[in-house]
Design a protein around this ligand. Structure first.
Ligand code: GLY
Length: 428
C-alpha cells in the first residue's frame, strides 16, 4: 500500500515535470516564431531607402500616410532603436549578416555622442552603442559611451539635482513657459550614466543618476504609484514647482508609456544600486499598471489610463480634448513586459510570479493577430497600434520603432529566463 502511494506520488511529480517541460518548449517555440518574424520584417526594412535631403532620414521611426516607413535623422530620440533591435536579433539568431547591419547602423550614430540639445542621448546611444558593446564589444565603444554620458551630464544642475529634459515647456493650459522641465522618460537615460561610471571608474556619472532618480521619486511619483509626465523646477532655487503633462491626457492623468518608463527606469536604477527604495518605487509603478481597473484583459494599456474619465480634463491647447476615440499603446505594453521580466527576478513570492505572468501575457497579446502585423505589411514594422503623441496630434494608432525594440528585447529576456541564463551575462 505504502509502495503504491509512493509510486503514485512519483508518477504525479513526473507528469508535472513533463507538463512543465512541454509548456516550456511551447513557450520557446512561441519566442522563436516571433523572433523569426521580427527578423524577416527587419531584413525587409533594411532594403528600404533613406529619405529626405542628402539621405538624412536614415533611422526607421514610424509609418507615413502612404503606408511606407518614415525615417528620421540620427538626432531624433528614436534613432538608437533600430540598431538596437538588430543587435538583439543578430545575437538570438547568431546571424552574422544581421550583426554586420547592426554595426553599420550603430556606426551612423557616432556623431550623436556630443549631442546636448535635450536629454535623449541615453536612449539614442545606449540602445545603439550600448548594445553593440554588449554583443560585439570593441574598446572604442567605451570612449564613445563615456563621451555620451559627459554630454548628458552637461544638462545636470546640482541646484535642482536633476537632468533638464527639454530647454523649456509651454503649458497646454495657459501657455506659461517653464524653464526647467524634467520628464519621466528621462529615467531611461540613466543606464548610460551607470555604465560610464563602471568603465571609467569615475563615480560622478553615477552620482548624477542617483540624484536624478531620488528627485524623480520624490517629486514625480504620486501617492497611488502613477507619475506626472513633466515636473517643473525653479532653476535658481531648485524648488519643485508643479507637475503637468505633455503626451498624456491631462496633468493629473497617468500616461501609459510614462508609467512604463517609470517601471523600466526604476528597475534599472535598482539593478545598479541595490537600493531598496528604488525597488519599492519600480514595484509601485508596476502594480499601478497591472492592477488598474482600466487595464484591458489583454494587458495592452490604453494610451492613457484616465482618458475620457471624470475628473480628468485636457488643457485647452492640447489636441487630447478633441479626440473622441480611445487608442491602445502597444509600445507601452512592450516596454512594461520587458521591464517586468527583469523586475520579477528582483521580487520575492507571489508578486514575482504576477510580474512574470503579466509580462508573458503581454507578449502573447502583442504576438497575436490583434497587434502583430503580417509579413511585408505595416511598413515592415513588427507591431501595429502604438500611440506616439495624441496631444500634439501626431503618431496616432501607428507602428513605432520603439514598440518593436522593447517587444524584441522582452522576447530575448523571456528566452534567457526559460533557459535559466542570467539576463545580463554579457553586460559589462
Ligand atoms: N520619449 C518620448 C516618448 O515616449 O514619446
Amino acid at each position: 500500500m505504502k509502495v503504491n502511494k509512493i509510486s503514485l506520488m512519483v508518477a504525479f511529480l513526473f507528469t508535472c515535470a513533463l507538463g512543465t517541460a512541454q509548456a516550456q518548449e511551447t513557450e520557446k517555440a512561441f519566442i522563436k516564431e516571433n523572433m523569426e518574424f521580427a527578423t524577416k520584417q527587419c531584413k525587409l526594412m533594411l532594403k528600404t531607402p533613406a529619405q529626405g535631403k542628402e539621405g538624412k532620414g536614415v533611422m526607421p521611426h514610424s509609418m507615413r500616410k502612404d503606408g511606407t516607413a518614415s525615417k528620421g535623422s540620427i538626432y531624433l530620440w528614436t534613432a538608437g532603436f533600430f540598431p538596437g533591435t538588430l543587435w538583439y536579433l543578430s545575437d538570438y539568431n547568431n546571424d552574422k549578416a544581421l550583426q554586420d547591419s547592426a554595426l553599420v547602423y550603430t556606426q551612423k550614430m557616432e556623431p550623436v555622442k556630443t549631442f546636448t540639445d535635450n536629454h535623449d542621448i541615453g536612449f539614442m546611444m545606449y540602445c545603439s552603442y550600448g548594445n553593440a558593446n554588449r554583443f560585439a564589444p570593441q574598446k572604442s565603444y567605451n570612449d564613445i559611451l563615456i563621451e555620451s554620458a559627459r554630454s548628458l551630464c552637461t544638462r545636470y544642475s546640482p541646484i535642482t539635482g536633476t537632468i533638464k529634459s527639454w530647454n523649456s515647456w509651454r503649458s497646454w493650459n495657459d501657455g506659461t513657459v517653464f524653464k526647467y522641465p524634467v520628464i519621466i522618460d528621462n529615467m531611461m537615460n540613466l543606464e548610460l550614466l551607470f555604465f560610464a561610471s563602471r568603465v571609467s571608474g569615475d563615480d560622478s556619472y553615477k552620482n548624477v543618476a542617483v540624484s536624478h532618480a531620488e528627485k524623480t521619486m520624490k517629486n514625480q511619483m504620486r501617492k497611488d504609484g502613477s507619475f506626472y509626465h513633466i515636473t517643473m523646477y525653479d532653476p535658481e532655487t531648485g524648488k519643485f514647482i508643479k507637475g503637468e503633462t505633455s503626451q498624456g491626457y491631462s496633468d493629473n492623468s497617468a500616461w501609459s508609456r510614462g508609467q512604463g518608463w517609470a517601471v523600466y527606469g526604476f528597475t534599472v536604477v535598482y539593478r545598479e544600486t541595490k537600493d531598496p527604495r528604488f525597488l519599492a518605487t519600480a514595484q509601485k509603478a508596476a502594480d499601478y499598471y497591472i492592477n488598474h481597473p482600466n487595464l484591458p484583459s489583454d494587458k495592452v494599456a490604453w494610451w492613457d489610463f484616465n482618458a475620457f474619465q471624470e475628473g480628468f480634463t485636457p488643457g485647452p491647447r492640447s489636441n487630447a480634448g478633441k479626440i473622441t476615440t480611445n487608442y491602445r499603446d502597444a509600445s507601452a505594453a512592450a516596454l512594461v513586459a520587458s521591464a517586468l521580466f527583469e523586475l520579477s527576478g528582483y521580487t520575492k513570492g507571489k508578486k514575482s510570479q504576477v510580474y512574470f505572468d503579466t509580462a508573458k501575457q503581454i507578449l502573447h497579446s502583442l504576438g497575436g493577430p490583434n497587434y502583430r502585423a503580417k509579413e511585408g505589411e505595416n511598413a515592415n514594422y513588427v507591431l501595429m497600434h502604438s500611440t506616439g503623441a495624441i496631444p500634439q496630434n501626431g503618431e496616432i494608432d501607428v507602428p513605432l520603432v520603439y514598440a518593436d525594440y522593447y517587444f524584441v528585447e522582452a522576447l530575448y529576456r523571456y528566452n534567457k529566463i526559460l533557459n535559466n541564463e542570467p539576463l545580463f551575462s554579457n553586460l559589462k
